[in-house]
Design a protein around this ligand. Structure first.
Ligand SMILES: [Zn+2]
Length: 453
């Protein structure tokens, strides 16, 4: 444990020993680095503005207690878990984060009363402590895809399996906007193995648990809630328009043009057998199996074998030879099994679920939980997301004599903060302001009406 050395390094970043400062910062994660990150780089202001949703005290229609009823949860270095933290100002939040230096910050719901004072309220008897608002959230974890990826397993992720996350972003984002009419959607890299989605429209925040469950169900294609390939079932003679669109716009392309090859889905008997097991007609399956068994030593190159076998499978299922009623649907089911988003439904269904905050650092990877642009998610590469040590190195290299207002502007965090502001926060706050305004005017009108009566 090179704790002392790390400390020395950290001091240099503070500028005390500028002569000796090097730009390289040892690539690991520790509390000293994190303290500098919270002190200089974490966008406290933007973060707090987001969670205030326009209730900043500047408009007479503001709910001044709003943000102070939000639960923050800190996980400290020694795994001490501080739940029900609350802050009524950005200054209070910032100083608590800097002081406690949480390894993880989770965001919970907005409660009926200040969560930090819930016991006092409980004693007074007339205030129930219940969650009243919460973003609609989705949590997608790539370790749920272990039965359909061969490059990595568990928490590992690489550029070959990451497209599974891109698929999820594309499908959910399009549906949340087109089918549900939501506009303020924030996608965030979880720092290691997946992505989080925050739907922040006020309509989404006010959904009750029942409505959340209905939305989660809308996305369900897995029977019994289990995210395994064997459980996909596409009901009905005609695919639901959402599923049909997902299939033609996203899933088919990713399956045929990317995953088929990158995951070598038909390259070995074990792998193609898994796909053949999804075909309900045993004759078709065994015919294909025999064919592929026979030509395994053929001249077909490894690269082609996946595409060739997929085409052979498709034509076998589409041919009238087997009176293949319902077997066409089987092609779609195979594609869905290997590509369709695997959501952690429980997270979406309940208001009081905690979810890791954006701009946290993942302690295992040192990577920042940066926002992901859904319109350019094809370009997102989890293996190049800035790490804590990289950011501190950049701070060092930039020195202290620049005219930039914020320290993050001198690091590769700049792109993420700017994206968060311009694409998410500003349009969100504009909408919040308009809603506050019209609710306030309606209230004024109402009281005017009561007066004239
Ligand atoms: Zn991988």
């Amino acid at each position: 444990m090179a704790r002392e050395d790390d400390k020395a390094e950290a001091m240099e970043i503070d500028g005390e020993h500028q002569q000796a400062a090097t730009t390289a910062v040892p690539d690991d994660f520790n509390a000293d680095y994190l303290r500098i990150y919270y002190g200089k780089l974490f966008p406290h202001g933007d973060f707090f503005k987001w969670l205030s949703y326009g209730n900043d005290g500047k408009h007479p229609g503001c709910d001044e207690s709003y943000v102070g009823r939000r639960e923050f949860s800190f996980t400290l270095e020694n795994d001490i878990y501080l739940r029900f933290q609350s802050f009524d100002s950005v200054a209070a939040m910032e100083s608590s984060i800097k002081e406690k230096c949480p390894f993880k910050i989770d965001i919970g719901p907005v409660y009926s009363v200040d969560p930090a004072k819930r016991h006092a309220y409980a004693q007074s008897g007339n205030n129930v402590f219940v969650p009243v608002e919460r973003e609609l959230i989705f949590d997608i974890d790539i370790s749920d895809y272990d039965d359909v990826r061969y490059c990595c397993s568990g928490a590992d992720v690489c550029i070959d399996c990451w497209p599974l996350m891109i698929i999820t972003i594309k499908i959910l984002d399009a549906s949340l906007r087109d089918d549900f009419g939501f506009n303020h959607i924030l996608w965030v890299y979880s720092g290691r193995r997946g992505v989080h989605c925050w739907v922040c429209d006020s309509r989404a925040r006010k959904l009750n648990n029942e409505q959340r469950a209905a939305i989660a169900d809308y996305f369900r294609v897995y029977k019994g809630g289990e995210n395994t390939m064997k459980k996909v079932s596409l009901p009905g003679a005609v695919l639901h328009p959402f599923l049909a669109r997902s299939y033609t716009d996203v899933l088919k392309h990713f399956f045929e043009d990317k995953l088929l090859l990158s995951q070598q889905l038909f390259a070995s008997e074990e792998r193609y057998q898994k796909i053949l097991d999804l075909i309900p007609d045993e004759n078709v399956a065994s015919e294909l199996h025999d064919k592929w068994q026979g030509n395994r030593r053929s001249s077909v190159s490894k690269e082609d074998v996946n595409a060739t076998r997929w085409e052979q499978l498709k034509s076998a299922l589409q041919s009238g030879k087997h009176k293949a009623q319902g077997l066409r649907r089987c092609i779609e089911e195979i594609v869905f099994s290997y590509t369709y988003p695997r959501l952690d439904m429980e997270v979406s269904k309940h208001m009081n679920h905690l979810l890791k905050a954006p701009f946290c650092i993942h302690p295992k990877t040192g990577r920042v939980c940066v926002p992901i642009d859904p319109d350019n998610c094809d370009d997102f590469d989890p293996t190049t997301v800035p790490t804590l040590s990289q950011l501190l190195g950049e701070l060092n290299a930039a020195g202290h004599h620049t005219d930039s207002e914020n320290d993050w502007e001198r690091t590769s965090l700049e792109k993420s903060v700017r994206f968060f502001r311009a694409s998410f926060l500003q349009p969100l706050l504009k909408a919040c302001k308009e809603e506050l305004e019209s609710a306030y005017n309606a209230k004024l009108q109402q009281s005017k009406n009561t007066l004239t009566w």
